[in-house]
Design a protein around this ligand. Structure first.
Ligand SMILES: CC(=O)SCCNC(=O)CCNC(=O)[C@H](O)C(C)(C)COP(=O)(O)OP(=O)(O)OC[C@H]1O[C@@H](n2cnc3c(N)ncnc32)[C@H](O)[C@@H]1OP(=O)(O)O
Ligand SMILES: CC(C)C(=O)C(=O)O
Ligand SMILES: [Mg+2]
Length: 577
C-alpha cells in the first residue's frame, strides 16, 4: 500500500481561505476595556467531543463549578438528542438549581420534533435561551444538506417561526433566541448576513425580544485578523444592531482561537462562547480561562473567578477525563516554574524589588501566581539549565541560607556537576545535602578537635587543636578578633600566605534550635578555585573557626602540596599536643 506523505506543492491540494477585505477596519486601533458576556459551552460543545460524554453526576459537578466561577450563561446540553441531557435540564429546573442571575441555554437542530422536545425540556424555567443552528457555508450546503441558499433561508424561517409558536405558549418563561449560522467563517458574508436577518425577523426582534447572533469559526481556517474583519463587517451590516447581542464561538484548529476571540471583541463581539481549558470538538473551543486571565493581566477584571485555579483544573479534568497540559497558560503545573538560570536570576531580583502596593512587575511572570491561588513554591526549580540565582533563591527561601554573591557562583558550579551527572531535577533537600557535604562536612588535611581563646597583649589569641595529616598538633596565633587570630595561627603555623577576604555570620533557625552559620572567603597565594568555607555551631566563635578550617581544607583539596610541602618544615612551629 502506498504511504501518504506531505506533498511538495500543497497549493495543488489546499486553497487559502478568502479574506474579507475591509479597508476601513476599525478594530486594530481599539483596546479591550471590558469583559464580554461569557457563555460556557463545556456541558454541550465540550461534552459532545468527549470519548465518554458526561453522566448526570459529572454534568452536575461541572455545572456547580461553572456557577461558582461566575458564568451567567451556561449551555446545558442538547436535550432533544440525549436522555441524560434532557433529564439534567429538567432536574436543574425542578430542583431550583439555576440561580436567578444565570440563564440556561440548550441547543437544537432545525427540526420540528427536536425543537418541540427542546422546548418541553425547558418548561418552568424563569428565563432560557434556545440555540438554533444550521450550517450555511457552500461546502455544507452542497455536500451535507443538498440545499440552495433559498432553501437554507426557508429552513431557518420555518423553524424559527415554529420555535416562536411553541415558546409563545409558555409566557411564564422569558425566551431568548440564539441563532448560529454554523460554519459562519467559511460562509459568504452576504449569505451569513441574510441567514441572521431571516432568523431575527422570524423571531420578531425588538427591544423586548433581543436575539443573540452567534458567529462561529466552526472549523478555524484562517488567521485571526480575517475573522476580526468578518465580525466587524457583520457588526456594521446587521440591522436592529441595538437589539442584537453579537457573539462569537471560536474553535482552535489553527491554534489561534484565543487571538481570534480577542480580535473579534475588538471588532464588535459582545459575547464569547468557549470552554474551560479549551476542551471541545477536535482542537477544542476557545479556552475561556486563558481569555479571561489575559484580560486580567491587562487590568480588566473578566468577571470570572479563578482565585483557586488548581481546584477548577482538577474538577475539569475529573469531569472531562482529559488531562490539562503542564504548560497550559495560567493553569499548567509548570507555568510558574523557571528552570533556566537567567530566568531564575531575574525572578529572584523581581521578587526582591516588587513592592506590595506597586503594579506587578516581576520578570518572566505575567501574573502574580498568588492571585490564582498558586504558591511560589515551584516558581524556581533547579536542573542542569539553572544558575546561581535560582539556587540561591531556593536556599534562602527554604533553608534561610544567604550566600554572598561569589559563593553563589562557586556553589552553582558544584550543583551543575551534580545535575549534569544525574540528568534530573535537583530538589532543595538535595541542594542542602550538597552544601553540607561541600562546606560543612568537608574532610581534608586539617581536622578540628578544639580551640581555646586567650588574651595576647591586648589582642585576641587562639590555640587551635588539630590533626594534620593524622598527626595531632596545636598552633597559636593572635589578631584583632578570634577569626583574625585563627587565620594568623594557620598562616604562621604552616607558613601559608593565607588571607581572609570576607566573613559573614548569621543565625539559622530560631529560639532554642538556632545555630550560627559562618561563611568565609579565603585566599592563599595563587590558589584558584574553591575559596569559600562554612562552619555551623551553636557557638558563634566555634562556627567561625570551623568556617576558616572548612575554607582552608577546600583550598588544600585544590592544591594539597601547599601544606604537605610545609608540614615537615613547620613541625617546629606547632606546639605538640
Ligand atoms: C458544530 C456543532 O457543534 S453542531 C452540534 C453538533 N452536536 C451534535 O450533533 C450532538 C447531538 N446530536 C445528535 O445526537 C444527533 O445528531 C441528533 C439526535 C441531533 C440527530 O440524529 P439523526 O437524526 O440520527 O441525524 P444525524 O446525527 O445523522 O445528523 C445528520 C442529519 O442531520 C441533518 N442536520 C445537521 N444539522 C442540522 C441542522 N442544524 N438542522 C437540521 N438538520 C440538520 C443533516 O443534514 C443530516 O440529515 P440527513 O440524515 O437527512 O442527511
Ligand atoms: C455554534 C455551534 C453551531 C457550534 O458549535 C459551532 O459552529 O462550532
Ligand atoms: Mg462548536
Amino acid at each position: 500500500m502506498a504511504t501518504m506523505t506531505m506533498i511538495s506543492n500543497p497549493a495543488t491540494k489546499y486553497r487559502p481561505a478568502p479574506i474579507a477585505g475591509l479597508p476601513d477596519r476599525q478594530w486594530p486601533n481599539r483596546r479591550l476595556q471590558q469583559a464580554p458576556i461569557w457563555l460556557s459551552t463545556d456541558l454541550r460543545d465540550g461534552n459532545q467531543a468527549l470519548f465518554e460524554p458526561m453522566n448526570l453526576a459529572r454534568k452536575q459537578r461541572l455545572y456547580q463549578q461553572l456557577v461558582q466561577i461566575g458564568f451567567k450563561e451556561i449551555e446545558l446540553g442538547f436535550p432533544a438528542a440525549s436522555q441524560i441531557d434532557y433529564d439534567f435540564v429538567r432536574g436543574l429546573i425542578a430542583t431550583h438549581q439555576i440561580p436567578t442571575d444565570v440563564t440556561p441555554m440548550v441547543m437544537t437542530q432545525m427540526r420540528e420534533d427536536l425543537i418541540a422536545r427542546t422546548v418541553e425540556s425547558l418548561v418552568g424555567a424563569k428565563r432560557a435561551i434556545v440555540h438554533l443552528y444550521n450550517a450555511t457555508a457552500p461546502l455544507w450546503r452542497e455536500v451535507v444538506f443538498g440545499m440552495s441558499v433559498e432553501q437554507v433561508m426557508q429552513l431557518i424561517e420555518h423553524h424559527v417561526r415554529y420555535l416562536r409558536r411553541l415558546t409563545d405558549a409558555h409566557p411564564e418563561t422569558e425566551w431568548i433566541l440564539q441563532y448560529s449560522p454554523e460554519t459562519f467563517s467559511a460562509t459568504e458574508l452576504g449569505v451569513a448576513l441574510r441567514a441572521c436577518h431571516t432568523a431575527m425577523h422570524a423571531w420578531g426582534i425588538s427591544e423586548k425580544r433581543k436575539v443573540i447572533i452567534n458567529l462561529p469559526t466552526t472549523v478555524e481556517a484562517s488567521m485571526p485578523n480575517v475573522f476580526a474583519d468578518q465580525i466587524e463587517w457583520m457588526s456594521s451590516h446587521l440591522t436592529h444592531r441595538q437589539h442584537v447581542i453579537l457573539s462569537v464561538h471560536p474553535h482552535n484548529d489553527r491554534g489561534t482561537s484565543v487571538a481570534a476571540a480577542e480580535l473579534a471583541m475588538l471588532a464588535g463581539a459582545q459575547r464569547v462562547e468557549g470552554c474551560l481549558f479549551g476542551n471541545g470538538e477536535r482542537c477544542g473551543n476557545v479556552d475561556i480561562v486563558t481569555l479571561a486571565l489575559n484580560m486580567y493581566t491587562q487590568g480588566v477584571h473578566p468577571g470570572l473567578d479563578f482565585s483557586d485555579i488548581n481546584a477548577v483544573a482538577r474538577v475539569a479534568e475529573e469531569c472531562t477525563q482529559l488531562p490539562i497540559h503542564p504548560r497550559h497558560p495560567y493553569a499548567g503545573d509548570l507555568v510558574y516554574t523557571a528552570f533556566s538560570g537567567s530566568h531564575q536570576d531575574a525572578i529572584k531580583k523581581g521578587f526582591a524589588a516588587q513592592r506590595p502596593d506597586a503594579p506587578w512587575a516581576v520578570p518572566y511572570l505575567p501574573i502574580d501566581p498568588a492571585d490564582l491561588g498558586r504558591s511560589y513554591d515551584s516558581v524556581i526549580r533547579v536542573n542542569s539549565q539553572s544558575g546561581k540565582g535560582g539556587i540561591a533563591f531556593l536556599m534562602e527561601r527554604d533553608k534561610g541560607l544567604v550566600m554572598p554573591r561569589r559563593m553563589q557562583v562557586e556553589f552553582s558550579a558544584v550543583v551543575q556537576r551534580l545535575s549534569d551527572a544525574s540528568e534530573a531535577e535537583v530538589t532543595v533537600d538535595q541542594l542542602w545535602q550538597l552544601f553540607d557535604h561541600t562546606y560543612l562536612g568537608v574532610t581534608g588535611l586539617l581536622q578540628y578537635h578544639g580551640h581555646q581563646l586567650f588574651d595576647s597583649e591586648g589582642e585576641q589569641g587562639v590555640t587551635l587543636d588539630l590533626s594534620v595529616q593524622g598527626q595531632r598538633r596545636q598552633i597559636q596565633g593572635s589578631g584583632n578578633g578570634p577569626i583574625a587570630a585563627t587565620v594568623t595561627a594557620l598562616a604562621e603555623g604552616f607558613g601559608l600566605a593565607l588571607r581572609l577576604d570576607s566573613f559573614e555570620e548569621r543565625a539559622l533557625g530560631s529560639g532554642a534550635d538556632a545555630t550560627a552559620l559562618a561563611l568565609v572567603e579565603l585566599a592563599c597565594g595563587g590558589v584558584t578555585g574553591a575559596r569559600f568555607g562554612a562552619g555551623r555551631h551553636v557557638n558563634t566563635v566555634t562556627a567561625s573557626v570551623l568556617a576558616v578550617l572548612s575554607g582552608l581544607n577546600r583550598l588544600l583539596q585544590a592544591q594539597p602540596e601547599l601544606l604537605s610541602d610545609r608540614v615537615a618544615e613547620s613541625g617546629h612551629a606547632a606546639v605538640p599536643a
